[in-house]
Design a protein around this ligand. Structure first.
Ligand code: SF4
Length: 236
């Protein structure tokens, strides 16, 4: 879970709630925890997963939700609201709900940040536009836009509140570090895979250098920080 701070306009604090007026995703990341959770909930008979599992689905009955003043809400952690397949109308309905609650901070998170550009003039200032970008390298772990395309899209976005989630972290090149700096995010979240997927992870020492470098430019939040799985195996 990402921990973003809400204490000022430039920082975001702890996520206090999640809100899923849209569920489901077609990116098919090999390490997706949300699809596994959706399947488990479906097998337990829990709606809306029983009816839809992980098929992209709009749940308009959830648009009536109002949040406590000072909350920080993660929007759609059970899918990707900005996937290419999502109709504009679903997104606009959600942005309208966000706009009328200026005393609440909302975080959008996508693997398709170029779609943010389509709505950029409509986002209110209580929104952080975040993207998951695990690396600059494309290891074919997902059908989402390539990491390099996500980096470029995030650089283009002019909204002042942007974030990057590097989780699960994948091995990267120097270009990744410079691109993250160029995005000018208000936070970067860094974490290793939590579910034993044996991804092509960077060694811990390399990640620590990344964290140290980024801390000179932005707020860095840390998730699971550990040796890469192959380092553990070798007993480093
Ligand atoms: S983008 Fe997120 S929700 Fe979609 S498949 Fe990948 S990990 Fe799962």
């Amino acid at each position: 879970m990402t921990t973003i701070n809400t204490e000022s306009q430039d920082t975001f604090g702890e996520i206090t709630e999640t809100w899923n007026p849209v569920i489901g995703c077609n990116h098919q990341c090999t390490y997706c925890w949300a699809v596994r959770l959706a399947r488990r909930l479906a097998s337990m008979g829990v709606e809306p997963y029983l009816s839809n599992v992980f098929r992209p689905t709009f749940l308009p009955q959830r648009l009536n939700k109002r949040f406590r003043r000072g909350s920080t809400v993660f929007v759609c952690d059970m899918g990707d609201l900005f996937g290419e397949w999502v109709p504009e109308e679903w997104i606009r309905n959600i942005v309208d709900v966000v706009r009328v609650q200026p005393y609440v901070r909302f975080m959008f998170l996508t693997k398709n940040p170029s779609r943010y550009l389509q709505f950029e003039k409509e986002f209110p200032m209580n929104v952080v536009l975040a993207a998951t970008i695990e690396s600059n390298r494309d290891y074919g772990l997902s059908r989402a836009p390539k990491p390099s395309e996500r980096l470029e899209a995030m650089k283009e976005i002019k909204h002042p509140y942007k974030g990057v989630v590097i989780e699960p972290i994948i091995d990267f090149d120097d270009y990744f570090v410079q691109s993250l700096i160029d995005i000018r995010p208000i936070f970067v979240y860094v974490g290793y895979d939590n579910y034993g997927h044996k991804l092509p992870e960077p060694p811990l020492s390399k990640t620590m250098i990344l964290v140290k470098t980024l801390r000179k430019f932005t707020e860095v939040r840390i998730g699971t920080l550990r040796m890469a799985w192959y380092e553990q195996k070798r007993g480093f």
